[in-house]
Design a protein around this ligand. Structure first.
Ligand code: SF4
Length: 284
């Protein structure tokens, strides 16, 4: 079984999101997951459509809320591999509160952000990842806010798996998603995924010229948190590869008390009417 379905993506030709979709499908297959064991939960934006393009359980959620839904899915059925996905506006603007807390909570969800430094679905406004001076319809004189350093924030917030890639590098991206799925805890994979229609600055060529591969940095150790932070700061966050991993940090699920052997989704939760009324009364 594979992860393709017969829904044709309606992304613009050349959009970086096509590669992210392919990488998720390949990575899931490579680690031995089958469609019935995968849930892809997405937010709103061009990239949010991805949950409908993969043959798995899928949920196209609301703006900025893919992570609360994904965490709920994981808690109800921890046997599922759960991927949350969306864009930089979805995850790093309206959804940033959820992103930071999911990072520190370390629940076993793989979060893949398609970062194009712009709002594509609403036809090209400045996003929290746009650099200062970035001109769009919403900032015709150039953005007067600095771009959010998400990878640095993730490290400072106790992230246990932090990676970044480029949609053109399908091999690296697939490998990072595989590692993220296999990581026992929250994994954040930020993918530079060009918006060819509205972002004429951060193009494929721009990324090829500006990205630094961590594999080219001699002695880089992804288990050294300080080195990870310094390297990000020295390169304005424009690095690709596994930035930081801490395998020792326990996952949220492993610390939850009272989990029954079977996940919630497999338990018989039939309640008598009286029990149900009592339960509801506690929430009134
Ligand atoms: Fe991709 Fe941009 Fe087109 Fe949206 S508008 S599908 S992000 S190229």
């Amino acid at each position: 079984k594979d992860f393709r379905n017969n829904v044709k993506p309606n992304w613009c030709p050349g959009c970086g999101d096509f590669s992210v979709q392919a990488a998720i499908q390949r990575a899931a297959a490579n680690v031995g997951v089958v469609p019935e064991e995968l849930a892809v939960i997405s937010g709103i934006g061009c990239s949010g459509r991805i949950s409908g393009y993969i043959n798995s359980y899928g949920f196209h959620g609301i703006h900025g809320r893919s992570l609360p839904i994904a965490q709920g899915v994981k808690m109800a059925n921890r046997d599922l591999t759960v991927i949350a996905s969306g864009g930089d506006g979805d995850g790093f603007a309206i959804g940033m509160g959820h992103t930071i807390h999911a990072i520190r909570r370390n629940i076993d969800v793989t979060y893949i952000v398609m970062d194009n430094q712009i709002y594509g679905l609403t036809k090209g406004q400045t996003s929290p990842r746009s650099e200062m001076g970035f001109k769009t319809k919403s900032t015709p004189g150039g953005s007067i806010e600095s771009a959010l350093g998400v990878m640095e924030l993730a490290i400072a917030s106790g992230g246990s798996f932090i990676a970044q890639s480029f949609s053109s590098d399908l091999k690296e991206l697939t490998s990072l998603i595989e590692q993220g799925i296999q990581h026992k805890g929250f994994s954040l994979i930020n993918v530079f995924s060009p918006c060819v229609t509205f972002n004429k600055i951060n193009t494929y060529d721009w990324f090829k010229e500006n990205l630094v591969s961590l594999s080219d940095i001699e002695g880089y150790n992804p288990h050294d948190r300080l080195q990870a932070m310094n390297t990000l700061m020295e390169n304005n966050g424009l690095v690709t590869g596994l930035i930081y991993q801490n395998k020792e940090k326990p996952s949220y699920e492993s610390l939850v008390q009272g989990f029954k052997e079977e996940p919630l989704s497999a338990q018989d939760l039939q309640l008598e009417e009286e029990q149900f009324d009592k339960l509801m009364a506690e929430f009134m």
